[in-house]
Design a protein around this ligand. Structure first.
Ligand SMILES: Cc1cc2nc3c(=O)[nH]c(=O)nc-3n(C[C@H](O)[C@H](O)[C@H](O)COP(=O)(O)OP(=O)(O)OC[C@H]3O[C@@H](n4cnc5c(N)ncnc54)[C@H](O)[C@@H]3O)c2cc1C
Length: 303
């Protein structure tokens, strides 16, 4: 089955943009192809006129950091992320979420940019990027600009970016410092589907004594058409002592606030509600422990 007519491998961003412009809506960006090629095969339509592969652009395949911030190219693979010792210790939830995407073959080619550009609210990499408060650099409406990550999501599978014209370039977020830590966990069906029943990523900042939450960010997904921060839970945590009472208040608030839906492939709404409680009880204490001890060793890495 022929899937495309022309396949381009530009080595610069300018070249990729020029190819997209030249084909005026008839060329589409491809990275690892683990979502796009599956969709193209399922659609079984005519071969696509042109694909523009961004994985040969060195600028998009790097992880760069200074003391406080990391910038990750959209073409960085899940395996690259999992293997980064910097991200393991200072963006642990991202390593945990990228480490459970597919199997090793998928992770070796699938990119963080593709995970986000596909715009599914359940995508594992996206869930952690939301908790990390990531910004994205894009070429959107012919302007190179930075946007909040959440601005990209319009609905399930619907991105602000038109992948026949726009480009996702980089992600940027603050690395965790002393007293801060993150954790990610998900509930997955054992076989047959690519996306989780539910995922949860948290970022916590504790006070100097490491006994109280100063701030927290929580992303539980999918609980709606777009990924969201659970701000009601974040508000409950701020200023409260770490420990069982605050955790249970956070769980009650999440259950009052979030309305997951039934998915015929993954889980019922009732099951997902139960898993909200399970995931918060797993991730929040883990992130707190990491923030208290300063030791962040990722769990559930499947490599
Ligand atoms: C067997 C299998 C298991 C999987 N398991 C999981 C899982 O557990 N969790 C999970 O979250 N996902 C899973 N996936 C989905 C997929 O692997 C990930 O979403 C992956 O990160 C997609 O990245 P990619 O580079 O392959 O994207 P591609 O398929 O190349 O692209 C996806 C979409 O994004 C667009 N795009 C890609 N890069 C850019 C860019 N830089 N700028 C603009 N548009 C762009 C493309 O045009 C396309 O629309 C699985 C897939 C398979 C096949």
């Amino acid at each position: 089955m022929k899937l495309w007519e022309h396949y381009y491998t530009p080595t610069t961003i300018d070249e990729a943009v020029a190819l997209l412009q030249q084909h005026a809506g008839q060329a589409r960006v491809i990275a690892g192809g683990t979502d796009l090629l599956v969709d193209m095969r399922a659609e079984g339509a005519e071969p696509h006129p042109a694909l523009v592969d961004i994985t040969c652009i060195p600028e998009l395949s790097q992880i760069d950091a200074d003391d406080d911030t990391v910038t990750i190219g959209a073409g960085v693979t899940h395996t690259q992320i999992v293997k980064s010792s910097l991200l393991s210790s200072r963006a642990t939830c991202l390593v945990e979420s990228c480490g459970v995407v597919g199997g090793p073959q998928v992770r070796n080619v699938a990119t963080l940019g593709g995970n986000v550009a596909h715009a599914l609210p359940a995508a594992d990499g996206t869930t952690s990027l939301v908790a990390l408060d990531a910004q994205v650099e894009v070429i959107y409406e012919d302007q190179r600009q930075w946007l909040p990550l959440l601005d990209l999501f319009l609905g399930p599978g619907q991105s602000l970016l038109d992948s026949t014209h726009d480009l996702l370039l980089h992600f940027c977020f603050p690395l965790t410092k002393a007293g801060e830590a993150t954790a990610f966990k998900r509930i997955m069906r054992p076989q047959g589907v690519a996306l989780p029943v539910l995922g949860c990523a948290v970022w916590v900042q504790l006070d100097e004594a490491r006994t109280h939450y100063q701030q927290a960010r929580v992303c539980i997904a999918p609980v709606g058409p777009r990924p969201v921060r659970v701000t009601a839970v974040e508000d409950v945590l701020a200023g409260k002592p770490v420990g069982a009472a605050t955790l249970e208040e956070a769980v009650r608030t999440a259950l009052d606030t979030l309305k997951p839906r039934t998915s015929k492939y993954r889980a019922t709404a009732d099951y997902r509600r139960e898993m909200i409680a399970v995931l918060l009880r797993r991730t929040l204490p883990l992130a707190v422990e990491r923030a208290q001890t300063g030791e962040a060793i990722p769990e559930d890495i499947g490599v």
